[in-house]
Design a protein around this ligand. Structure first.
Ligand code: F6R
Length: 243
């Protein structure tokens, strides 16, 4: 795993944004896997900045988001769909057909997960998957536990994950959905290249396990060690426990 350290999250975000703009220039049909959450907020701001200045042509790019809350859809302010519209999709030239998102309101969630796997495969697979990491070591919503799911699935969120997401729901943890749809570990590991972003001291233990820990479903991100092309982009806080 390649480790890159940055003085702060702003430099990290602008570096990654520039790389993504370059990647789209080199491959206008890039298939991108995208995260939500607090960590990539600055990344999306940088991408909007570049796109508003014509630095990137998104008209052939495909995107697939990692996850979505069960029960929430496009109209719900807490949905990841709403987050992505505001953070990126409303600001770049993309048609709905280019945007892959799980539908948390689908009547048959298992069928929705299967549809998503097919859609990713039909797009030719994910070229570059961007990830955040939970303080508990989750990626996507693959939560720590006795077992992990390989493919896109319905995940039950752990209490700490619901607390960490309360900010998107007026600070009220009880309003955070109990379940989400998420890409599985194999879905993520099939990406040709993976970049994981981690910022803040709260992520230092998860990052230590990601980089140096044993492979364990107790820290799902540790399985990224199996992938040949992973870069962990870290700020000082997140890198604290690395030598
Ligand atoms: C979100 C996702 C999650 C987050 C993780 C970190 O799409 O897949 O794994 O990346 O929970 O969230 P933040 O960035 O809010 O600390």
């Amino acid at each position: 795993m390649k480790i890159e350290r940055f003085d702060n999250d702003e430099v990290l975000a602008s570096t990654l944004a520039t790389r993504l703009i370059d990647a789209i220039f080199l491959n206008p049909r890039l298939v991108l896997g995208l995260p939500t959450g607090r960590t990539p907020v600055a990344l999306y701001r940088e991408l909007r900045w570049h796109s508003q200045r014509g630095h990137a042509d998104w008209s052939q790019v495909r995107t697939f988001n990692l996850d979505e809350f069960v029960g929430l859809g496009a109209g719900d302010p807490g949905s990841y769909r709403s987050y992505m519209q505001a953070a990126l999709f409303d600001h770049v030239r993309m048609t709905p057909e280019q945007i892959g998102m799980l539908d948390g309101r689908a009547p048959n969630l298992a069928a929705e997960c299967a549809r998503y796997e097919r859609a990713i495969a039909q797009a030719g697979g994910i070229d570059l998957q961007i990830l955040g990491i939970g303080a508990n070591g989750h990626i996507g919503f693959n939560e720590p536990g006795d077992t992990l799911e390989a493919e896109t699935h319905v995940a039950e969120l752990r209490a700490e994950t619901r607390r960490a997401n309360a900010g998107w729901f007026g600070g009220d943890t009880t309003r955070v959905p109990s379940h989400a749809l998420s890409m599985g570990l194999a879905t993520i590991l099939r990406a040709r290249e993976i970049v994981l972003m981690a910022t803040g001291a709260g992520k230092q233990d998860a990052v230590a396990g990601l980089v140096n820990g044993q492979l364990t479903p107790r820290l799902p991100a540790s399985f990224l060690q199996l992938h040949p092309r992973v870069t962990a982009m870290l700020d000082r806080g997140a890198a604290q426990r690395l030598a």
